[in-house]
Ligand binder design. Structure first.
Ligand SMILES: [Zn+2]
Length: 126
C-alpha cells in the first residue's frame, strides 16, 4: 500500500512537472521579451492571449489602467490555468463536474468574445 501511494504521488509530481515546466519556460521567454506569438507571426492578427504578459508587466510596475488596456482579462487566466494544472495532476483526477465544466466553457466563451471585440471591432493592437 505504501509503495502504491508513493508511486501514485511520484506519478502526480511527474504529471505536474510535465505541465509546469513548459508553461514556466514560455512565461520566462515572454517576460524576457523573447517570445514571438506564433499565431500573430503567421496570421498578422493578435491571438486571444496577446497582451497578457505585457499587462502583467504593467501591473507589476503599478500601471493598473495600462494593464487592463493591454488585456482586460489578464488577471483571470492564471488562476484558471493553475486550477486546471493542479486538478489534472492529482492522482485519479476525475472529469470536471457539470458546474465546473460550464464555468470553464463560460470563461473560454468570454475570453474568445473579448478577443473578437478587441481584434475585429475595436482594432486594439495588442
Ligand atoms: Zn499571441
Amino acid at each position: 500500500m505504501k509503495q502504491d501511494r508513493a508511486a501514485t504521488r511520484k506519478a502526480a509530481v511527474k504529471r505536474a512537472a510535465a505541465l509546469c515546466v513548459p508553461a514556466l519556460a514560455l512565461a520566462g521567454l515572454a517576460l524576457a521579451d523573447l517570445w514571438i506569438c506564433p499565431f500573430r507571426a503567421v496570421t498578422g492578427v493578435p491571438c486571444p492571449c496577446c497582451g497578457i504578459t505585457r499587462a502583467w508587466q504593467a501591473l507589476l510596475q503599478g500601471h493598473v489602467g495600462q494593464a487592463f488596456g493591454l488585456h482586460p482579462l489578464f488577471w483571470a487566466l492564471p488562476p484558471v490555468v493553475v486550477w486546471l494544472v493542479v486538478r489534472s495532476a492529482r492522482p485519479g483526477a476525475k472529469p470536471l463536474r457539470p458546474w465546473a465544466a460550464a464555468a470553464l466553457y463560460g470563461f473560454l466563451a468570454v475570453f474568445f468574445a473579448v478577443w473578437l471585440l478587441r481584434t475585429f471591432v475595436w482594432h486594439v493592437a495588442a
